[in-house]
Design a protein around this ligand. Structure first.
Ligand SMILES: Nc1ncnc2c1ncn2[C@@H]1O[C@H](COP(=O)(O)OP(=O)(O)O)[C@@H](O)[C@H]1O
Ligand SMILES: [Mg+2]
Length: 235
């Protein structure tokens, strides 16, 4: 089966001024199949966000290849990459990046309108997804009128509204307390179970990672696999 996303021998170095390059990723190879729920762990600064951005076509590797649904993406121009990103991927970040002056409903509908959907249809679809994340009574609230957990659920609804093939979540529970974090994780798991959604979740929380189907760890720029290698959070 063609993986949803595949990284082949991915390297990433950052060069700053005249200092020697910092090699953050050193030969990452990873396949994620359709319907998988994968957690990526690793200490702060390990390169988890860098890897997620490269697999999500937000950033480019220094060396190596990323294939999305079997299509190699290195040689693509920025426009084609942006097109694929908009069609196939959904992102949730630690900060929600909701637009403060718009309601939850509008925040979720805007990506559809940008993609060319009519306003009424976009609002209808947005309302359906917000219901799925349990926010049917908060449609007309602005982000500032919602709790942190509710804001993150709006961000998840926004990431899911176009039915992405792959959801990439970068420490989405980072700003939530334990209980809200577990609730959010359970929401992601139920979306995964019910819709067969493919998820890559970055977290440094071993408890949340242990809820995923597969866990890999990023250490010293390389991956190691297996739940048995989980160690307590260092963050
Ligand atoms: N744009 C950048 N320029 C230079 N160095 C960067 C840049 N982005 C990340 N880094 C460095 O790469 C390393 C990994 O960062 P990151 O991927 O954010 O780690 P994590 O998400 O695991 O905490 C860090 O040491 C960070 O300082
Ligand atoms: Mg990070």
């Amino acid at each position: 089966m063609t993986p949803v996303v595949e990284a082949r021998e991915v390297y990433k170095s950052y060069i700053k001024d005249s200092s020697p390059p910092i090699e953050v990723l050193r030969g990452i190879s990873l396949k994620v199949q359709q319907g998988e729920f994968l957690a990526i762990m690793g200490p702060s600064g390990a390169g988890k966000s860098t890897l997620l951005h490269i697999m999500g076509l937000i950033d480019r590797p220094t060396r190596g290849e990323v294939a999305l649904k079997g299509k190699e993406t290195n040689s693509m121009g920025d426009e084609e990459r942006a097109y694929l990103r908009n069609r196939l991927l959904g992102f949730v970040f630690q900060a929600h990046y909701l637009l403060p002056e718009f309601t939850a409903l509008e925040n979720v509908a805007i990506p559809l309108i940008i993609r060319g959907e009519k306003g009424t249809r976009a609002l209808n679809e947005a309302a359906q997804v917000l219901e799925k994340v349990g926010l049917e009574t908060r449609l007309h609230h602005k982000p500032g009128e919602l709790s942190g957990g509710e804001q993150q659920r709006v961000a998840i609804a926004r990431a899911l509204v176009h039915n992405p093939a792959l959801l990439l979540a970068d420490e989405p529970t980072g700003n939530l307390d334990r209980e809200r974090g577990i609730q959010l994780m359970e929401l992601l798991l139920s979306l995964h179970r019910e819709k067969g959604m493919t998820v890559i979740l970055v977290t440094h929380d071993p408890l949340l990672a242990s809820m995923a189907q597969r866990v890999i760890k990023l250490v010293d720029g390389r991956l190691s696999s297996g739940k048995e290698s989980l160690s307590p959070s260092r963050a």
